[in-house]
Design a protein around this ligand. Structure first.
Ligand SMILES: Nc1ncnc2c1ncn2[C@@H]1O[C@H](COP(=O)(O)OP(=O)(O)OP(=O)(O)O)[C@@H](O)[C@H]1O
Ligand SMILES: [Mg+2]
Length: 217
């Protein structure tokens, strides 16, 4: 079940450096320019409690958590984010643009670290209670290109501490990429895969046309 609100809940997914944050900023500016109220948010995080949990997840050694513990932390953060931020924002008429959401947990903890899909789906049922994004953009990009972009950005000073996932090995990132594609294949109505290797303007043109066609026409 997707949201029943007039404003839409849109998530951006994909590997490191694929262009999620870049495209969210562009879509947000476009929607605001069309007279919509917009909330930009991100996972893990997006509410006071979830931001506290975020620190536990994105900083420190790559092997800091076992995969099941890590999954539970992500779902705990997501529940707080949904209840305290996302649903109230939609109720108040804001479009919600979220940088990563439940698909990232399926990709990273499920496909990446081998946590049981059935267990993750059950936790998702508990946390989301049937609520899911109206639309999900999955930015697909070759792993080496994504990691090169993310490390270039890190060298320019952004998010230098938040590199725990980026430091996992290339094979892990390949599993993620395949995982995101399988997620999209299972839910073709909700998920749109975009080529993150296109230039920024071309990716955004596609996003804009899909948003207009689905929600603004
Ligand atoms: N289509 C594009 N072509 C080339 N470079 C891009 C493109 N989109 C974004 N970039 C650049 O790549 C870097 C990573 O982009 P961005 O931060 O949007 O990715 P992300 O998916 O949010 O990454 P992360 O998962 O690490 O947060 C940035 O320096 C950004 O300017
Ligand atoms: Mg980002």
């Amino acid at each position: 079940m997707s949201s029943t609100f007039a404003a839409k809940f849109i998530t951006f997914e994909g590997g490191e450096g694929a262009g999620k944050t870049t495209q969210i900023k562009r879509l947000s500016a476009y929607l605001v320019g069309s007279g919509q109220a917009v909330l930009e948010t991100r996972e893990p995080g997006g509410s006071a409690g979830a931001e506290e949990i975020r620190k536990l997840l994105v900083e420190g050694a790559p092997d800091r958590w076992d995969a099941e513990t890590e999954s539970l932390l992500h779902f705990a953060a997501r529940r707080d984010h949904l209840v305290k931020t996302i649903v109230p924002a939609l109720e108040a008429g804001n479009w919600v643009l979220c940088d990563r959401f439940a698909d990232s947990t399926i990709a990273y903890q499920g496909y990446g670290h081998g946590v049981s899909r059935r267990a993750l789906d059950q936790l998702n049922d508990l946390v989301s209670q049937g609520f899911s994004p109206d639309l999900t953009f999955i930015l697909d990009l070759a792993v080496d290109a994504g990691l090169a972009r993310a490390s270039r950005r890190a060298r320019t000073g952004v998010a230098v501490q938040e590199d725990r996932y980026e430091r996992m090995d290339v094979v892990f990132h390949e599993r993620l990429r395949a995982g995101f594609r399988e997620i999209a294949a299972r839910e073709p109505q909700r998920c749109v895969v975009l080529d993150g290797g296109w230039d920024e303007d071309a990716v955004f043109a596609k996003i804009q046309s899909i948003i207009e066609e689905r929600f603004l026409s």
